[in-house]
Design a protein around this ligand. Structure first.
Ligand code: ADP
Ligand code: MG
Length: 587
């Protein structure tokens, strides 16, 4: 065949292959156009999963009569005019491809009444030919009808899934854009039945409510909100607490300048921020909006525009990671509640005898005693208020009443009953302490009175040689002792002699599994977590009330204390109200 220029219609159909994968892609492109046109309300009607009809109506600024057919021609756009414009594009669209592509594979009607114009006009396309504009009646804004998608490309039409599946994709696209554009009212119907009806949200409460409508009660109730700005970057949104983690990455919504994207730097940064509050293999859930100068991000990376490139991805990563990490570190008992209360507590005349910092200090000393010597004699250093007076305010986790089967601490606080998983809580406390010490480069190690000799395989000996410095930094001092053995001379002072051998072995197996060459830094947290787990109070250890209270105070002062290192909850609250309900009181 000789080389020849392809006809426009065919070029558009080829472009449609990239831009219009399925009905949901049409909905996405048309909604983005409406948003770009400044719409405050978008109504979407779908029939038969979008294969019979997709109709989108908006109240945006509309299109001039003269420009109607231009809007449907290839590479025609009102959003950019030069390379400079492209490099700092702030609109969702800019390629001028969507409408002609969609028109080339469907029967499309475009109606529009431009703001300030006297009457509306409509154009229709049939197999790529645009009919001249005809007058029509409509309110200001634009309405686009896409009928019989892929009617003229049978191969594509065959690839459509069931009506239900295609609609599910549409629903997802609409929900995503609805998350990022809360200021726009949105409705969606399928075969005449209302599926989604969202009012415009202009307050924080209303925005929360929209997230609730879109992602469910459970999500919004398990969220911390983030809002942070630095160095021209701004991140805001909702982060689900680790206890709301999911088995799939299906609730991760990130937006860059209002555009829903799946971008690796961003997703990795968020994941990294969750790294040691999430159980292995679980996925975080979040809605995050990153905003920045459009010139710092390249949106022209993919025809469907679901990918972007950051011009400085390192600083974006750092910023997002830090912000997420900080927000999650606030997850400790009473973090949200006690902030406003603190001042009142300081000023209040009839407060409990022991102020919080004292209790915490006492707690620290006690904990040390608890952990370093299993047979510590009972100490009653921490204030225990008389039990007959229920604490009106008091610390968020209240005061311990008893230990249950050596596993749980039962405590009483202002709201009712608190149950704490001793081991899980202590593990988090130790871990955070180890991390802090490690970061400050002051891991205190203690020489062992009797060095512990450990027989090892030669591969393990190699690992020790290789990572000697790193092990020292963590407070583990190990020396070779003859053939295939080492002695442990020093261990972190938090740990006890009995743990020494087991810890070394666990650290070595962590190293063997993941710690090739330069990866040790990333591994540190895991090693510290391994140590923390060893060190923590085992089940069936009897604690005195004083020791239990010390643990509670420590939890209140420890970041991320709401979950153990594996993302399981460390404590739970049963309010008086909930108890009353259990006993059908007052009913
Ligand atoms: P792009 O969005 O990349 O510019 P499109 O093919 O999606 O390309 O749209 C072409 C042009 O048609 C847009 O640049 C815009 O000027 C106009 N347009 C499309 N949809 C709307 C709408 N809903 N309201 C106002 N103008 C629109
Ligand atoms: Mg567009």
């Amino acid at each position: 065949m000789p080389i020849q220029k392809l006809p426009d219609h065919l070029i558009n159909q080829i472009a449609a292959g990239e831009v219009v994968e399925r009905p949901a892609s049409v909905v996405k492109e048309l909604m983005e156009n409406s948003l770009d046109a400044g719409a405050k309300r978008i109504d979407i009607d779908i029939e038969l999963g979008g294969s019979r009809l997709i109709r989108i109506r908006d109240d945006g600024r509309g299109i001039d009569k003269q420009e109607l057919s231009l809007a449907l021609s290839r590479h025609a756009t009102s959003k950019i005019a030069s390379l400079e414009d492209l490099e700092c594009v702030a609109s969702l669209g800019f390629r001028g491809e969507a409408l002609p592509s969609i028109a080339s594979v469907s029967r499309l009607t475009l109606r529009s009444l431009q703001q300030g114009a006297e009457r509306g006009w409509q154009v229709q396309t049939q197999s790529g030919d645009v009919a001249p504009p005809a007058p029509c009646a409509l309110n200001t804004g634009t309405q686009i009808e896409v009928q019989d998608l892929f009617y003229n490309t049978p191969a594509r039409r065959k690839f459509l899934k069931t009506e239900k599946t295609e609609f599910r994709h549409i629903d997802q696209v609409v929900r995503r854009l609805a998350l990022a554009h809360a200021e726009v009212a949105i409705s969606l119907t399928h075969n005449g039945r209302s599926v989604l009806s969202l009012a415009a949200a202009d307050s924080d409460a209303a925005r929360d409510d929209r997230v609730r409508q879109l992602l469910g009660d459970a999500f919004i109730e398990a969220c911390v909100k983030v809002e942070h700005e630095a160095a021209g970057l701004s991140l805001s949104g909702w982060l689900a607490l680790p206890t709301f983690s999911r088995s799939q990455a299906d609730m991760q919504h990130s937006f860059v300048n209002g555009r829903w994207v799946r971008e690796r730097t961003l997703m990795h940064a968020v994941r990294h921020g969750y790294r040691d509050v999430l159980f292995h293999g679980r996925h975080p859930a979040y809605v995050l909006m990153l905003t920045m100068d459009p010139a710092r991000v390249d949106a022209n990376a993919h025809p469907a525009k679901t990918e972007v490139r950051f011009r400085d991805s390192r600083s974006v990563h750092e910023f997002v990671f830090r912000t997420v990490e900080r927000a999650l570190s606030e997850t400790r008992p009473g973090a949200a509640v006690d902030k406003p209360a603190t001042e009142a507590e300081v000023a209040g005349p009839t407060r409990l005898a022991v102020s919080a910092p004292q209790a915490v200090q006492g707690g620290l000393a006690l904990l040390e005693a608890v952990s370093s010597a299993p047979h510590t004699p009972t100490v009653h250093a921490v204030a225990e208020p008389p039990l007959e007076r229920p604490p009106e305010q008091g610390p968020p986790l209240g005061y311990a009443l008893a230990q249950l089967h050596g596993v749980y601490i039962v405590a009483q606080n202002a709201t009712g009953m608190v149950v704490v998983d001793m081991h899980a809580a202590h593990e988090r406390i130790t871990y955070e302490k180890l991390k802090r010490d490690f970061a400050n480069r002051n891991v205190v190690s203690q020489p062992l009175l009797v060095p512990v000799r450990v027989a090892l395989a030669s591969r393990e000996l190699q690992l020790i040689e290789q990572h000697d410095d790193a092990l020292r930094d963590m407070g583990l001092v190990v020396e070779p002792a003859g053939h295939e053995a080492v002695v442990i001379r020093e261990i972190p002072s938090l740990l006890t002699q009995d743990d020494a051998e087991q810890i070394l072995r666990d650290v070595l197996s962590d190293l063997a599994e993941k710690g090739t060459s330069g990866r040790l830094e990333a591994l540190t947290d895991e090693l510290l977590a391994t140590m923390a787990c060893h060190h923590s109070v085992r089940a069936n250890r009897r604690l005195t009330l004083g020791e239990m209270n010390a643990l509670l105070r420590e939890m209140e002062a420890t970041p991320r204390a709401d979950q153990c290192n594996h993302g399981r909850p460390t404590w739970t609250q049963l309010s008086m109200q909930a108890l009353d309900q259990l006993f059908l009181r007052g009913q």
